[in-house]
Design a protein around this ligand. Structure first.
Ligand SMILES: NC(=O)c1ccc[n+]([C@@H]2O[C@H](COP(=O)([O-])OP(=O)(O)OC[C@H]3O[C@@H](n4cnc5c(N)ncnc54)[C@H](OP(=O)(O)O)[C@@H]3O)[C@@H](O)[C@H]2O)c1
Length: 326
């Protein structure tokens, strides 16, 4: 069968994404044919498009979506036509398409209480928030935490979740409007800056001590101030490169900076087995169902307008999550 899908033959601006009619193979062993209902947009899609995250070319785009099973390949048990699944990575980049084949071993069943739009907007960003707050550093009641891009997709989930855990949530945003949005999502202290000047305010808010943990998704521009915002023996987590990769770390020099623990965290290292992936997804779904976290889907585009969606996200015009509708 044929489908409409985005293809990328070279890296560059949004125009390298080509909207094409492509052949979808029959589902192979252990695979199903999945018709997408809603697709999640992530800033990392733009890193791959620009070549910051290397992917083989030509390629498709996107690694987060929700869909229903339309056909079943050989050897697949316990799945029927019409079943609803979501996914985050774990397979070829084909989310920006109407229909795809997908290995059943990578699919996540979606509870009835979670609709397609919420699931597609929440899965990748929410599982990321889950592992960052519950595992990479385990946030406890009374901790002061610093979240970058606090009004964004991952950021708005992290602020709500950390607030519900009893943390004091400090967030960095680039405008007053985003500060209001972050505040509505549980960020106690939004700091507005476009020049990455926030360490002094973080020290003021934390009585001079600094944050227990800093979650830095911006990278190059914010790294030094992030380092200056962590308390003695605190934790600094890099998990994104919105402004470019963070600088190389002089580990010996960090002794004079309070000996912080540092890591570059990646979703793939926190969803290693299917059991781990499903456990994190379950925690996310339960947190959404409890009302502690609301998934803010603030932008919706037709799938064929994905280039515009990416442009808007890169220009920092989006807040909360963004979805594409096939
Ligand atoms: N490591 C992982 O496992 C993992 C998984 C998922 C996502 N991530 C990372 O988490 C971050 C958030 O992802 P998301 O998809 O939810 O995106 P998002 O936060 O909705 O959008 C990106 C935001 O980053 C901020 N930003 C700061 N400097 C920027 C710049 N130079 N260019 C563009 N944006 C800039 C902007 O907020 P302001 O205007 O308020 O500054 C912008 O709205 C990304 O860095 C992504 O790579 C990491």
């Amino acid at each position: 069968m044929k489908t409409k899908a985005f293809r990328m033959y070279e890296t560059g601006g949004p125009s390298v994404l080509k909207w094409e009619t492509v052949e979808v193979p029959e589902p192979g062993k252990g695979e199903v044919l999945l018709r997408h209902k809603v697709i999640g947009l992530n800033l990392a899609d733009t890193y791959r498009r620009r070549g910051i995250y290397k992917v083989p070319l030509p390629n498709g785009m996107g690694n987060e979506a929700v869909g229903v099973v339309e056909a079943i390949g050989p050897g697949v048990r316990g799945v029927k036509v019409g079943d609803r699944f979501g996914y985050v990575g774990g397979m070829a980049l084909e989310a920006y398409s109407e229909v795809r084949t997908a290995p059943v071993a990578s699919l996540i069943p979606i509870p009835d209480a979670i609709n397609d739009r919420t699931a597609a907007a929440a899965l990748l960003k929410g599982i990321t928030a889950q592992y960052l707050l519950r595992d990479a550093y385990r946030v406890r009641k009374g901790d002061a935490i610093l979240v970058h891009a606090a009004a964004g997709g991952v950021g708005s989930i992290m602020c709500q979740w950390a607030n519900s855990l009893g943390a004091t949530v400090i967030g960095v945003v680039s405008s007053e409007e985003k500060a209001k949005f972050a505040k509505r999502n549980g960020c106690h202290h939004p700091i507005v800056t476009r020049k990455a000047q926030f360490a002094k305010k973080v020290r003021e808010i934390t009585g001079g001590e600094g944050a227990h943990v800093v979650y830095d998704s911006v990278g190059k521009l914010t790294w030094d101030e992030s380092l200056a915002s962590v308390r003695r023996r605190g934790t600094l987590i890099s998990f994104g490169s919105a402004s470019g990769e963070p600088p190389k770390v002089d580990i010996a020099a960090t002794g004079a900076m309070g000996s912080p623990f540092m890591a570059r965290c990646a979703l793939v290292n926190y969803t290693v087995t299917r059991k781990e992936l499903l456990a994190r997804a379950r925690d996310l779904f339960q947190t959404i169902e409890s009302g502690a976290v609301k998934i803010r889907v603030n932008q919706r585009y037709a799938l064929k307008d994905a280039r515009k969606a990416q442009r808007d996200m890169e220009a920092r015009r989006t807040t909360g999550s963004t979805v594409l509708i096939p």
